[in-house]
Design a protein around this ligand. Structure first.
Ligand SMILES: [Zn+2]
Length: 191
């Protein structure tokens, strides 16, 4: 069974995720490139997403490192990323963590999150129940900009915005803010 995602964690903690494909299969000379990335402090890993039911929300994630095995800061970044996405558990090498997360599927909202497109420089922010239902099903945040198609770093909580911990569904206020919400912009074929 092939992985679901390839993630890259830079030394500064920025996380990028792309859906896994055969072009990411590593062989031959690429091993030497991996060693160089390892020395540069870049962590690369393949992720496998587990669900309680088919097509249900992502609940657990298994991390298979390609570089940076055992790097504590990368483990912390990955655990924080998984917790924000509502995963219950993350399986790191020799380090299985049960996460203190809100069940976004029930709560309807994990709070407002944002990212910045590295191509068009647009700021994307969203926190609507529709957005959270979508990303909880995907198991990762949208990784392609709906405006220019460029790639996006994984999203993070907007500073100063408290994550909702209530089990009540949050009111859907849509994306009528100064931010660009992606709930209505996303391309169904390319998250
Ligand atoms: Zn863009």
């Amino acid at each position: 069974m092939q992985p679901d995602l390839r993630v890259t964690i830079r030394r500064d903690g920025v996380v990028r995720a792309v859906t896994w494909g055969p072009h990411l299969r590593l062989c031959g000379p690429t091993a030497t490139l991996l060693e160089a990335r390892d020395r540069a402090g870049v962590t690369l890993a393949d992720l496998r997403i587990l669900r309680d039911e088919e097509d249900g929300p992502a609940t657990e994630v298994i991390v298979e490192p390609l570089t940076g095995t055992g790097r504590p800061d990368a483990h912390r970044v990955l655990a924080d990323w998984a917790a924000l996405l509502g995963y219950r558990r993350v399986w790191l090498p020799g380090d299985v963590r049960t996460l203190d997360t809100v069940d976004h599927a029930l709560a309807g909202c994990g709070g407002k999150v944002q990212t910045h497109c590295t191509t068009c420089r647009g700021r994307l922010a969203d926190g609507t129940p529709a957005f959270w239902r979508w990303v909880r099903t995907l198991g990762f945040f949208p990784c392609a900009c709906p405006l220019c198609g460029g790639d996006l770093p994984q999203w993070s909580a907007v500073p100063g915005v408290v994550r909702r911990a209530s089990a009540r569904p949050a009111p859907d206020r849509g994306s009528a803010t100064a931010d660009v919400g992606v709930s209505d912009l996303r391309h169904p074929e390319r998250p």
